[in-house]
Design a protein around this ligand. Structure first.
Ligand code: IPM
Ligand code: MN
Length: 365
């Protein structure tokens, strides 16, 4: 694994792979890069961005989603900055599986980190809840479970058709994810957060795979006596996320449950306009993305909200160890949230590029 990062006299240089992708992907990545450059300028960091054209257009031209050679190429980078995947002229599933999921699997990005934080000034659909109540982070296991493609179909097309899809986990997959989550809870505690980790699963029904997660969780908890632990069934977690989001600090959960509850999480933090995620391989190549889709109907209209992509950029800097630069983006995002009318596309009171400019200027002072 080559991580090219030169450190000389406070000047850090990062090589970043960029996949702008489909729809509004290129527009939001453009603003994200603008903001990264601004933060870089302030904090002595430079970037070299290398574009990869994977996405719907390339697939329509060449029939190729993501060749194996590209994976090898991408492994040379410590971080990938991703816009969006999903094209209206390509059948659903092809690009999602062939690009997004393939990257997560082949690069072994086993944690999907999704912060749920309500910035001041952002409209929250939960009555009587504010920024002090909504500040948690979901550690979604990202390479296992129902996403592994285990299962099959027999007697297809008959009334006796049988189909299965297996929630597959082995112990080390669970352990490495839990270890990341406990470590994160400990790190947050140092930052003044509660230092609490909640396992979300469905042990009352999934008596095999749920039990594996639960036992692994309880065993690992012994090594982290400073971290408070809790357990919620996933259905109850959906209820508490709406009713008492302040109970959460770090949530750890399996792939599909994490997929579902983080859409709920995105809504309580103000919507897809601001929700970002990081696909993390702590020892390899990680990938940062806005978690909303490619929003085809807003393509090239300068209307989409770039904040989610900007937040993804912030997460990327934090992952690279650039805490201060990440913090300056966070402060600028918080400021911008008090200026925009709404986080919805076309309703911000500003264009996509104006939002990017506002943030870059705020960082520049
Ligand atoms: C997400 C998305 C993907 C997932 C889809 C597009 C395959 O919903 O990143 O949350 O299910 O993980
Ligand atoms: Mn999802």
């Amino acid at each position: 694994m080559i991580i090219k990062m030169t450190e000389s006299r406070n000047l850090r240089h990062y090589l970043i792979a960029v996949i702008q992708g489909d729809g509004t992907g290129p527009e939001v990545v453009r603003e994200g890069k603008k903001v990264l450059e601004a933060a870089g300028k302030k904090h002595g960091i430079t970037f070299e961005f290398t574009d990869f054209d994977f996405g719907g257009d390339r697939f329509l031209k060449t029939g190729e989603t993501l060749p194996e050679s590209a994976i090898e190429e991408l492994k040379k980078f410590k971080a990938i900055y991703l816009g969006a995947i999903g094209h209206p002229d390509v059948a659903p599933g092809i690009l999602e599986v062939g690009i997004l999921l393939k990257l997560r699997f082949y690069l072994d990005q086993y944690v999907n980190l999704r912060p749920v934080k309500l910035y001041p000034g952002v409209d929250c659909p939960l009555k009587d809840k504010g920024p002090e109540d909504i500040d948690f982070i979901v550690v979604r296991e990202n390479t296992g479970g129902l996403y592994t493609g285990q299962g099959g179909v027999t007697r297809k097309g008959t009334v006796y058709e049988v189909a299965t899809q297996v929630m597959l986990y082995d112990r080390q997959m669970v352990d490495r994810c839990l270890e990341y989550a406990f470590g994160l809870a400990r790190q947050r505690k140092k930052e003044g957060k509660p230092g609490k980790l909640t396992l979300v699963h469905k042990t009352n029904v999934l008596v095999y795979v749920g039990d594996l997660w639960y036992r692994a969780f309880m065993e690992m908890a012994e090594k982290y006596p400073d971290i408070k632990t809790d357990y919620n069934h996933v259905d109850a977690a959906c209820m508490w996320m709406v009713k008492n989001p302040e109970w959460y600090d770090v949530i750890v959960t399996s792939n599909m449950f994490g997929d579902i509850i983080t859409d709920l999480g995105a809504m309580i933090q103000g919507g897809m306009g601001i929700a970002a995620g990081g696909n993390i391989n702590p020892d390899g190549t990680s990938m940062f993305e806005p978690i909303g889709g490619s929003a085809p109907k807003y393509t090239d209209r300068n209307m989409i909200n770039p904040l989610a992509a900007i937040e993804a950029g912030r997460m990327m800097l934090k992952h690279l160890g650039e805490e201060e630069a990440a913090k300056s983006i966070e402060d600028a995002v918080a400021f911008t949230c008090t200026k925009v009318e709404s986080l919805g596309a076309g309703r911000m009171g500003y264009s996509t590029s104006e939002v990017g400019d506002m943030i870059a200027e705020h960082i520049g002072g």
